[in-house]
Write a protein that binds this ligand. Structure first.
Ligand code: ATP
Ligand code: MG
Length: 563
């Protein structure tokens, strides 16, 4: 990472910020900047939404403007209050506060009146064909569409039918309101797009008041206009929708909001669509929206991601006009970078094996001093109990080590972090030949971790005192998906067959340094050599602690330590 890249404020403005800066400089809209973040409350927010949130709220902040949170709740069948609440919670958690809080459903009356206006202007008509007939008449990119037989209904007839649609006289699917634009337009979205459909459904806010609902393309731009949004920022797929967005605003003669499109975030080894995430939740492939493997904001939070790390990630990836696939490592690095500075270090042994230090006084417990965070002097030190019986990782011992293995093995001396040098003198095995215990001696002169005679050891391993450590469950995570780019899965295949069956590894009998009980409060912590962890906000209980691994330590670091 170059210096410039690591400090986004020194980078040139991205194209959206450049547009906004130019508009402000030109005095457009009186120099006013108004943005909005417009989620549909049909699921929980994911890391892709964080990119949009950081951009919309960021622009408002940087240009002295305002940003609204607007729920795009025009589809009654998929939307729920649970989602509305989680979205507000997640936006705040990410560190942003909206100026106005609005719902597209607040505008239903106004949107309806504007639809009548389009009818009166001869720019909209009620089509009474089936949806199949309508889609058959749409044509292809090379063949123009066919006009509906209802296209030339009179204004009076259209108004009458539309009012009766609203009054609930017709069942679902019998009529729609369409804009009258151009069935031969090269842009499909201008071939008389649907503006309203009949849906006898309960809406999470308006109840049963309405049985006709506006389509996204009709509601969105008009909602922007009502809120006097100056820069309506959305993702690239909406590029083709812009002419319709502009058409509605122009024909209605309302505040001219403008739409700009940027590339959506896609990350390797995960999925980024609410529909797919919902499939995972409903199919119980994960434990819920906040499963720590999910790319949702609540999942990332439970995993141990911090708002700071997510905002830094969004700044790092920037805003462009080209769709791409961002490496998950970039996200992970943003968390490592953040936690390295503020997470205290502790020792935890995930898969313990006992080491008995034969020449250590069985009645003695020493309190050894350990540094809490070498990156932050202010974090101070703590005392770690040391006694005759300790646990180390099974992996840190090999009876017959291959070349290149430098950790503990018979006859080999290693350093116990913050403690002493120990030398393995032998092992104890059960009847089946499994090693149940390691025997060792320690050198009292090496207390603190250095030998007065200057002799070196090739490895430092972590440990906990067997009589003082506390048991815990530790959950280790891997990628949600087995393949990098899920968009490559053909339509006729079930994308869920590419889920990683080893995405979670539950370690049930870990042993923690006693001071880790204080981290049940949700502070991030580094387990030395193992990664960054956080206590699980849902399942961890006093007396039965559960920690999630947020992210491993840097690969390079891990490799260097293991040698
Ligand atoms: P999904 O496909 O996951 O359901 P969506 O676009 O339908 O996403 P909305 O709730 O409509 O979800 O999105 C709210 C805002 O967040 C929109 O402006 C949308 O463009 C933006 N957004 C959604 N996904 C991403 C993403 N992956 N990267 C950047 N912005 C996104
Ligand atoms: Mg959507």
């Amino acid at each position: 990472m170059s210096e410039a890249a690591s400090n986004p404020s020194e980078r040139p403005l991205d194209f959206v910020r450049q547009i906004v800066a130019d508009d402000v400089a030109a005095g457009k809209n009186g120099g006013r900047v108004q943005t909005r973040f417009p989620p549909e409350p049909n699921g929980y927010l994911h890391i892709g939404h964080a990119k949009s949130i950081c951009l919309n709220f960021g622009l408002a902040k940087e240009f002295g403007g305002k940003c609204n949170l607007r729920f795009d709740d025009t589809n009654p069948t998929t939307e729920e209050t649970e989602y509305v609440e989680s979205i507000q919670n997640d936006v705040r958690w990410l560190g942003f506060q909206w100026d106005g809080l609005f719902y597209a459903s607040d505008y239903f009356e106004q949107l309806y009146l504007w639809a009548e206006k389009l009818i009166e202007l001869g720019l909209a008509y009620v089509d009474s064909q089936s949806s199949e007939a309508i889609s058959q008449q749409r044509g292809t990119p090379s063949i123009p569409g066919t006009n509906s037989p209802f296209r030339d209904r009179s204004v009076a007839e259209n108004l009458d039918l539309f009012r009766r649609m609203k009054a609930g006289e017709f069942p679902d699917g019998t009529h729609v309101l369409r804009a009258k634009i151009d069935m031969a337009s090269p842009n499909f979205l201008l071939r008389d797009p649907l503006l309203y459909r009949i849906k006898h459904a309960h809406h999470h806010r308006t109840g049963n008041k309405w049985c006709i609902y506006p389509m996204y393309d009709y509601a969105h731009g008009q909602s922007d206009s009502i809120e006097q949004v100056t820069h309506s920022i959305c993702t690239l797929e909406f590029d083709a929708h812009r002419p319709l967005y502009d058409w509605c605003i122009e024909k209605l003669g309302i505040f001219p909001s403008r739409q700009y499109e940027f590339a959506r975030l896609n990350l390797t080894y995960t999925v980024m669509s609410k529909r797919k995430l919902l499939e995972l939740v409903q199919g119980k492939f994960v434990s819920g929206w906040d499963d720590p493997r999910m790319p949702t904001l609540c999942g990332l939070r439970r995993r141990g991601y911090t708002p700071e790390a997510l905002r830094a990630f969004c700044a790092e990836i920037g805003v462009t006009k080209f769709n791409g696939l961002t490496d998950m490592v970039v996200l992970e690095n943003s968390l490592r970078h953040d936690l390295n500075k503020r997470a205290e270090r502790r020792m935890a042994v995930l898969r313990p094996i006992k080491v008995v230090i034969e020449n250590y006084d069985p009645d003695l417990t020493e309190q050894l001093t350990a540094v809490n965070n070498p990156e932050d002097e202010g974090a101070g030190t703590r005392e770690v109990p040391f006694s005759r019986e300790i646990y180390i990782e099974r992996d840190d011992f090999m009876e017959n080590p291959p070349k290149g293995f430098f950790r503990l093995s018979p006859g080999r001396e290693v350093r116990l972090r913050w403690a002493y040098f120990i030398t393995c003198t032998g092992v104890v095995k059960d009847e089946a030949g499994n090693i149940t215990e390691i025997r060792a001696t320690y050198d009292p002169a090496t207390r603190g971790g250095d030998a007065p005679d200057g002799r070196k050891v090739k490895a430092t391993i972590h440990w906990v005192s067997a009589n003082h450590s506390i048991p815990a469950e530790v959950r280790l995570y891997d990628h949600l998906c087995k393949i990098e780019d899920l968009s490559q899965v053909p339509e006729n295949e079930d994308w869920k067959s590419y889920l990683n069956p080893a995405s979670i590894d539950v370690v049930t009998a870990a042993q923690l340094e006693p001071s880790l009980s204080a981290f049940a409060d949700g502070r991030p912590v580094q387990f030395e050599r193992l990664g960054y962890f956080i206590s699980d906000s849902r399942d961890s209980q006093p007396g039965s602690l559960i920690f999630n691994r947020s992210v491993t330590l840097k690969d390079a670091w891990a490799k260097a330590q293991k040698k």
